[in-house]
Design a protein around this ligand. Structure first.
Ligand code: 3HC
Length: 291
């Protein structure tokens, strides 16, 4: 089976790695709008492997075998995939345009399944106006590690495609959960408002950044506190998800916190920009007061 992953950012490269690690996958096309973006995605996968090799947790030949399956290039290289997983920016028009081009101009395999890793957008809307149906195949960061795949059917997604994507998820060693189309699906509908609330609690001066994160780690056994998780996901993504849930439901309980919006406007996005609630410069992680 051949898979094309569109977008080599954090999610795209993690998804590409998850597929390439699976024995049944013959090839993974890791695609982006510039060759260097795709190459950089693969380089990040290699960097992760190098760390595991140095710790004696992975053999060099296993890493090479996986990396050799990942072919980097522009979207135009994806001529014969059996499955496309789009992990491009969370912009509706961009996703629609990307699928249109793939379906009408690039992919020659008539039976190809087209999936989006969207974190909250409507699968039905992404698929509207396209000649072939779209399905949601939502991975979680870090994609090679996290066991869940949310499988989301839009109104025009055939039942057999849903079953096939569930089978593929199991083949990857993941557990699929079928979810009805709704803004944020299940996980982000619950998780992202919790992160937003963590930011609100901080804005109100109820506890420090580290205090809030420690409280949720030690009090709820969460692996990361809400503010460090926001930094990890990317605060721009957190804001985009809040805005989609708020817009789609019209419910004021999903209003994004003012501090979150201010930080995104100032490019305090978390790990990806080097600063969020924590400063990550020089490989460190130091809480930075935002008030
Ligand atoms: N890529 C690949 N593998 C990774 C990785 C990455 N980015 N990060 C960690 N790993 C691997 C490590 O190599 C290690 O594997 P090993 O045990 O075989 O060596 C294993 O994961 C554990 O890593 P660490 O020991 O370094 O660190 P932790 O035990 O602290 O775990 C964590 C790290 C898995 C990230 C953990 O902190 C965690 O589960 N955090 C919460 C993550 C979460 O909530 N994700 C969901 C975000 S929401 C989302 O993605 C939806 C989207 O739409 C916004």
């Amino acid at each position: 089976m051949k898979v094309a992953v569109i977008g080599a950012g954090t999610m795209g490269r993690g998804i590409a790695q998850a597929f390439a690690q699976c024995d049944q996958i013959e090839k993974v096309y890791l695609c982006d709008i510039k060759q260097e973006f795709a190459d950089n995605g693969k380089a990040m996968v290699k960097k992760g492997f190098d760390k595991r090799i140095a710790k004696g947790k992975m053999a060099q030949e296993d890493a090479d075998k996986i990396l050799n399956k990942i072919q980097c290039g522009l979207n135009e290289q994806a001529v014969d995939p059996d499955l496309v997983v789009e992990a491009a920016l969370e912009v509706m028009d961009l996703k629609k345009e990307c699928f249109k081009k793939l379906q009408e101009e690039i992919v020659k395999n008539e039976n190809c399944i087209y999936a989006s890793n969207t974190s909250s957008l409507s699968i039905t809307e992404i698929g509207s106006g396209l000649s072939k149906p779209i399905i949601g195949m939502h991975f979680f960061n870090p994609a090679p590690v996290m066991k869940l795949v949310e499988v989301i059917a839009g109104i025009n997604t055939p039942a057999e495609t849903v079953e096939k994507v569930k089978e593929i998820s199991v083949m990857l060693g993941k557990t699929p959960v079928q979810v009805e189309e709704a803004p944020g699906f299940v996980v982000n509908r619950i998780l992202v408002p919790m992160i937003n609330e963590g930011i609100q609690v901080y804005s109100e001066g109820i506890a420090s950044i580290e205090g809030i994160d420690s409280a949720m780690k030690l009090g709820c056994n969460h692996p990361m506190g809400p503010l460090e998780l926001g930094d990890y996901i990317g605060l721009d993504i957190v804001l985009a998800i809040m805005d989609v849930i708020y817009k789609e439901t019209g419910d004021s309980k999903y209003r994004a916190c003012t501090l979150l919006r201010k930080m995104v406007r100032g490019k305090h996005l978390g790990i990806k920009s080097g600063i969020g609630f924590y400063d990550y410069s020089n490989g460190g992680k130091v809480a930075v007061d935002k008030k």
